[in-house]
Write a protein that binds this ligand. Structure first.
Ligand SMILES: [Zn+2]
Length: 475
């Protein structure tokens, strides 16, 4: 920018629309390039640093000159590389924080019809182009939304009348995030403060139906270990008087749900009511792949059960050999990982305490299981702030729609709760390209090109609406 020139005025809406449309081919091919990066969060030495550098360079080239790769160290752990930027235009203009993540879930190639890390285009039955590949939707599409919105607004101008902070992390899919635990303990860190926080890691209730995600469930996970013998013992010689560790563990696990209703039976957990869109039994059965012979469980509507109530399951088990290698021995030590989804308004610390107390109380025969906390993150309930009208209008205009759906998400993004705690007065927007047919986390993940264009446009229009309408002299 030329010295002392006022920052450029806000672009007309039609110009933003045209620019986003012109950018689509470029965003689409950049997204394909990012899919080739196997930035799997849970590999032992995740190949993340390269991807982070590529993402940082994309934003620098788009005009965010402060974009760089950084890590955060907290509690003796160092985060995965994250891409950050801090573009300060002026103290008198609004500050937005743009969040996405570039790490992805693993992909079992044998279940895919395309190669997970080979971007593949296919036209769907609605004549909408889709890009297949792991991370195409979750959440490299979110990275593209931020990039596209910035490029559309910035063009070749030096600076926008807007302060922009960027946080693109590399450990969202890792199960635990150093960034999240750091921010939860340091909500006063100004690097994460903004008037408006845009989390591009959610999606519309269906393709083309503009949606704001207003609630997220939280999560806690615990490992439960039961130990009863010094080592394996033959069941013919010793079986009977001593508890088998696995049998004891199963008794504990069975008490986590009500035997009749299937509701979570842990005392002290909350539930939450909200006007989520209705989820029909047919849709739920189809999307989840519920077998026709399986009856649904739990009290309340399907939406309430998915978004407003806790749910519990066992996600890992050790202590026993596979059936094919089994012999007649008693199990000396058994361990299970229990995963508990929480109502959006549930405090994760209180939920963990309730889970631990339940497990200890449920142990049979005087056994003392060892319970270890593995993960813990509170949910999220959005609170309308100063920009809530701008947010709704941006979505309506981007889709030429007449209404916006208010959705919940059964999954968890614990960082969102930490961002809310760090910015209690600010609007936290959760949206993105991850509509149900993207199969995020599943086989054949894909993203819709029209959805990417509309959501990038929505974000550009939102940023435009929070820009200062009057020329600002550089500070
Ligand atoms: Zn995600």
């Amino acid at each position: 920018m030329r010295p002392n020139s006022p920052m450029t005025m806000v672009l007309p809406e039609q110009q933003v629309r045209d620019r986003v449309h012109q950018l689509v081919p470029e965003l689409w091919s950049t997204l394909g390039d990012l899919v080739r990066h196997r930035s799997i969060a849970t590999t032992p030495a995740p190949p993340l640093a390269d991807t982070a550098e590529v993402v940082a360079e994309l934003f620098r080239a788009a005009g965010l000159r402060t974009a760089k790769v950084e890590t955060i160290t907290h509690g003796g752990k160092t985060s995965a590389p994250m891409v950050v930027a801090d573009e300060v235009a002026h103290t008198a203009v609004a500050t937005v924080l743009l969040y996405a993540h570039y790490d992805v879930q693993p992909a079992d190639a044998s279940k895919w019809t395309t190669k997970p890390f080979e971007p593949t285009e296919k036209m769907d039955e609605n004549h909408d182009m889709r890009l297949y590949g792991r991370g195409a939707a979750d959440d490299k599409s979110g990275v593209m939304m931020h990039l596209g919105a910035i490029k559309a607004l910035l063009g070749d101008r030096g600076q926008l009348p807007l302060n922009i902070k960027l946080v693109i992390e590399g450990e969202e899919e890792a199960g635990s995030s150093v960034l999240e635990s750091y921010l939860a303990e340091h909500p006063d860190d100004p690097r994460f403060h903004a008037d408006l926080v845009i989390v591009a890691d959610a999606g519309n209730v269906e393709r083309g139906a503009p949606t704001l995600t207003e609630t997220l469930r939280g999560i806690v996970a615990a490992e439960v270990t039961v130990e009863t013998l010094a080592g394996k013992a033959h069941s013919g010689m010793f079986g009977g008087p001593v508890p088998d560790a696995f049998m004891a563990l199963v008794q504990i696990l069975a008490t986590l749900q009500d035997r009749k209703t299937g509701d979570v039976a842990i005392a002290g957990l909350t539930q939450f009511d909200h006007a989520w869109p209705t989820v029909t039994e047919a849709t739920y059965r189809r999307d989840a792949g519920v077998l026709p012979t399986t009856s649904l469980i739990g009290s309340g509507t399907i939406a309430k059960l998915l978004y407003g109530k806790p749910s519990v399951n066992v996600v890992g088990l050790s202590g026993l050999p596979l059936v094919s290698g089994s012999t007649n021995v008693l199990c000396p030590k058994a361990k299970a990982r229990v995963s508990l989804r929480l109502a959006p308004n549930q405090d994760a610390g209180e939920a963990y305490a309730a889970l631990e107390a339940h497990i200890m109380g449920a142990a049979p025969w005087g056994l003392k299981p060892v319970v270890k906390r593995i993960a813990s993150g509170s949910g999220f309930v959005s609170v309308p702030g100063e920009h809530s009208d701008d947010i709704e209008r941006a979505l309506l205009e981007a889709y030429h729609a007449t209404s916006v759906a208010r959705a919940g998400q059964g999954g968890s993004i614990p960082l969102v709760n930490a961002l809310q705690a760090a910015n209690p007065e600010s609007d936290i927007v959760l949206w993105g390209c991850e509509e149900p047919t993207t199969h995020a986390h599943g086989a054949d993940e894909s993203v819709s090109q029209s959805e990417l264009e509309h959501m990038t446009l929505a974000e550009a229009l939102l940023l435009r609406s929070v820009m200062s309408p009057i020329p600002i002299q550089p500070s």
